[in-house]
Design a binder for this molecule. Structure first.
Ligand SMILES: CC(C)(COP(=O)(O)OP(=O)(O)OC[C@H]1O[C@@H](n2cnc3c(N)ncnc32)[C@H](O)[C@@H]1OP(=O)(O)O)[C@@H](O)C(=O)NCCC(=O)NCCS
Length: 183
């Protein structure tokens, strides 16, 4: 599928293509353990060169769509992406980070997710969006439930953090639920 510069308008946020100028800001977020403890990758020691390589891989991949999340005043507050798109089964994994704790709990995450879900079904024609979330992340679980995701299962003790194993909750949403919720 050909890539053109994309802007997706939500109610509170705008999603636009992530670009190289955004990366120094992303690195600050990725060095904050208060944020990264919720993510499934540990990039605390990553540098700009690796981060730039990662972005180029994302940009050239037909199976990944990565967006910067901007709030009303144009501030870049986080990233959201559809990853590992399986074009045969028409599903993918959702990932999201709002990097500055000050911007949490203000409805930006919910709006960003609803906006990308609409894009996933209307433009990419995906059937299902999946995600994994750690049991110690009730804010994210609540956010996903608000967006219509259902809990589908558990990867028992699938994640090790703080000297303890934690369950990984598997959640998903179907295209028909997205259409029903957001039409
Ligand atoms: C998870 C994340 C994307 C959510 O985005 P957000 O903008 O903070 O979320 P919203 O403001 O849209 O919604 C948060 C909801 O969680 C609720 N919430 C906050 N803390 C909570 C807690 N401890 N327990 C239960 N609910 C909680 C809020 O009250 C709100 O629900 P409400 O609207 O019914 O009141 C964002 O906080 C983030 O990026 N966190 C760090 C990285 C991360 O966790 N990524 C997801 C990995 S799976």
């Amino acid at each position: 599928m050909a890539r053109a510069w994309k802007i997706l308008e939500g109610k509170k946020v705008k999603l636009r293509d992530l670009c190289e100028e955004d990366l120094p800001r992303c690195l600050v977020w990725l060095r904050d353990r208060g944020v990264t403890k919720y993510l499934d990758f540990d990039l605390i020691n990553i540098g700009l060169v690796q981060e730039t390589r990662w972005l180029k891989t994302m940009q050239s991949s037909p199976n990944d769509y990565i967006f910067a999340i901007e709030k009303e005043n144009g501030k870049h507050i986080g990233n959201i992406g559809l990853h590992r798109i399986n074009w045969r089964d028409k599903n993918c994994m959702l990932g999201i980070i709002i990097g500055d704790i000050e911007d949490w709990n203000k409805g930006y995450g919910t709006d960003a997710i609803k906006t990308i879900l609409k894009y996933a079904v209307e433009k990419l024609r995906l059937h299902k969006i999946n995600l994994h979330v750690y049991e110690y992340n009730p804010r994210a679980i609540r956010t996903y439930e608000k967006c219509g995701f259902k809990k589908e299962g558990l990867l028992r003790e699938g994640h090790y953090y703080n000297e303890k194993y934690w369950d990984v909750i598997v959640m998903g949403i179907l295209d028909r639920d997205i259409k029903m919720l957001y039409d």
